[in-house]
Design a protein around this ligand. Structure first.
Ligand SMILES: [Cu+2]
Length: 389
């Protein structure tokens, strides 16, 4: 049994886990039995959500608020097949944005057998959080890293409260190829070449970068519009730099990573439509309603597969996040999604529909789905899902 404790407490005008912000790295391995204690030493309700780990609703307990001075214990087995990058943060409805922005977020890395295929890579975790007008990386604004291998694995983790980051790697201003090896729910089947990757708030992706040629690579947030195609775009900015030294030997890309199960849409027992809406100022809704923790919005049965069409009827991006049950994206606006991958968070652009397949596996219970822009969630863009046995 692995045992650990996280304590949320104030420090000056910040909030920290175990005296640091971001919080300490939680390292787990597939199959580990874990007992994690959490103590709330804040002067407000809080909780500890292990974002993305497909834990039983009773262990995740997203509807439970812990009063100041109280503790909780989460005991669970790390499932097989989930090796990847995750994070932890508070989930006390109404106060999530404030606590996140004040410093309460930390990274989780789960390792497994597939990591052996990448053991020659320099493995770097880059956790993005907002620091005033800047985005910091592992708590530092625009750090400079020195790769130690000819291929660098970047675990990109968007732990901001509401910043979409379209990430690219530039050399002399030109984009260099990235190879996607993992999304939210761990490894994809094989490396996929990309030149940019969108990370909505809460989302993770792992990419490999060729770091054999000496010189500077700039990890950049490229200009992006949360208002859809043709909308006003943000200005790009540098997130971090990689100063590649001379003489790093080439590291081959693995051809295959693992099997990612194909879900059979024909076996789905139900199709649902779930709509983000509201006026975008103070009303943020799901299916026309704001969150009520006493109300069950969706009911499903354990052991079944459902197809959800997540529709954005609003004018800005909303990242859809589901607790406890990992899903796969099937289509965007009816166009089939080429990448088969497990996810817990997916961005839904304005006016668009993202179709996902949700297999209800593991344990039954009551959990939540919501927008992962923390202010929207706090204002009620969240619903309750009851999965029965
Ligand atoms: Cu939202």
């Amino acid at each position: 049994m692995l045992r650990g404790e996280l304590v949320a407490a104030p420090a000056g005008n910040t909030l920290q886990y175990n005296g640091t912000a971001p919080g300490p790295l939680v390292k787990l391995r597939e199959g580990d039995r874990v007992r994690l204690e959490f103590r709330n030493d804040l002067d407000a309700d809080s909780s500890l959500h292990l974002h993305g780990l497909p834990l039983a609703p009773a262990v995740d307990a997203p509807l439970t608020h812990l009063a100041p001075g109280t503790t909780s214990t989460q005991e669970f087995d790390v499932p097989e097949g989930v090796a990847g990058t995750y994070w932890y943060h508070p989930h006390a409805h109404g106060d999530v944005e404030r606590q996140l922005l004040a410093g309460l977020a930390g990274p989780i890395v789960v390792t497994g057998a597939t990591d052996e295929l990448l053991k020659a890579c320099d493995d770097r975790l880059l956790m993005f959080t907002r620091a005033g007008s800047e985005i910091s990386v592992n708590g530092v604004v625009r750090p400079v890293l020195t790769p130690t291998s000819g291929r660098t694995r970047l675990r990109l983790l968007n732990a901001t409260a509401g910043d979409h980051l379209l990430v690219g790697v530039l050399r002399d201003g030109n984009r260099t190829p990235l190879h996607l090896v993992a999304t939210d729910g761990g490894f994809v089947a094989e490396p996929v070449e990309l030149t940019e990757i969108l990370l909505a708030p809460g989302e993770r992706a792992e990419v490999l970068v060729d770091t054999t040629a000496a010189g500077r690579l700039e990890l950049t947030a490229l200009s992006y519009s949360v208002y859809g195609n043709g909308g006003e775009t943000s200005t790009g900015f540098r997130l971090a730099a990689l100063d590649v030294p001379q003489g790093l030997a080439a590291v081959a890309l693995p051809e295959r990573l693992r099997e990612v199960e194909a879900l059979d849409e024909a076996k789905a027992v139900r199709r649902r439509r779930i709509a983000f809406g509201g006026d975008g100022v103070e009303h943020f809704t799901l299916d026309g309603k704001t969150f009520d923790h006493h109300r069950v919005d969706l009911e499903a049965r354990l052991g079944t597969l459902e197809i959800w069409e997540v529709v954005n009827e609003h004018t800005t991006d909303h990242p859809f996040h589901l607790h406890s049950y990992s899903f796969q994206v099937l289509a965007l606006d009816g166009r089939p999604e080429p990448l088969r991958a497990w996810r817990d968070t997916v961005n839904v652009p304005p006016g668009s529909t993202v179709t996902i397949a949700v297999p209800f596996r593991g344990e039954a219970g009551r959990t939540v789905y919501h927008c992962h822009i923390a202010s929207h969630e706090d204002l009620g863009m969240m619903g309750v899902l009851e999965v029965s046995a």
